[in-house]
Design a protein around this ligand. Structure first.
Ligand SMILES: Cc1cc2nc3c(=O)[nH]c(=O)nc-3n(C[C@H](O)[C@H](O)[C@H](O)COP(=O)(O)O)c2cc1C
Length: 202
């Protein structure tokens, strides 16, 4: 059983607290500690969720990268509110993050794109994410053609590909405790930029 959450010992800034837990999850060699569920809402009010990878986290927020023509990106264009959930079972920890997203700058997206493996770069060009395709072969054919076309040349970041940064206004830390009396501490951003911390019943 993990150490609990104590209001008097927890960081006053939830991003710092997240970084602390995230570093512990990495140090514990958990499989994919950076995997997070991203929930968005469709224009008709239906929640929809999928996994994405956290690529950066700092005072500005939580960053993931995707196709700007994907279902999630289209939903975020219309309603920029989103929610993230991390779950690290071996540590009995969950983190829930809520807030509003903005696109990362083209420079930031392009800088990250450059660091990606070549196959992923080809994939970003080849795959019309979230669209119906007639067969897997169509995708493989496109990837082959692009590979030949680019040959050894550097692959540019597509304009339809880039990041979103979720700037949180609510972050909840959950940790498993004995007898199901789990700890939950909720940080809420106040209009003056400070965070309040409330304990919630498990
Ligand atoms: C562990 C894991 C990590 C993933 N990471 C990403 C990611 O960082 N970006 C992304 O666009 N899709 C990622 N995916 C795929 C998405 O879950 C999803 O299938 C895809 O983005 C299309 O979602 P959409 O149609 O709702 O836009 C990941 C899937 C898994 C299982």
């Amino acid at each position: 059983m993990m150490e609990g959450l104590d209001e008097t010992r927890i960081e006053g800034d939830p991003i710092k607290q997240f970084q602390l837990w995230f570093e512990q999850a990495i140090a514990a060699k958990l499989p994919m500690p950076d995997a997070m569920s991203l929930a968005t809402v469709t224009p008709d009010g239906r929640p929809t969720a999928r996994m994405v990878l956290l690529k950066q986290v700092d005072d500005e927020g939580f960053v993931f990268f995707t196709n700007y023509q994907s279902a999630k990106a289209r939903q975020l264009e219309i309603n920029p509110y989103a929610a993230l959930v991390f779950y690290w079972p071996q540590l009995e920890q969950q983190v829930r993050v809520e807030g509003k997203v903005n696109k990362t700058s083209a420079e930031e997206s392009s800088a990250y794109f450059k660091t990606r493996p070549r196959e992923s770069q080809i994939g970003a060009w080849a795959s019309p994410q979230s669209e119906v395709i007639s067969a897997r072969e169509v995708l493989e054919q496109r990837a082959r053609e692009l590979s030949e076309q680019y040959c050894d040349r550097e692959i540019d970041c597509p304009v339809h590909w880039g990041g979103f940064r979720l700037k949180p206004d609510r972050i909840e830390f959950w940790t498993g405790r004995v007898g199901r009396l789990h700890d939950r501490l909720l940080y809420e951003l106040q209009p003056d930029g400070t965070w309040t911390i409330k304990r919630l019943a498990p």
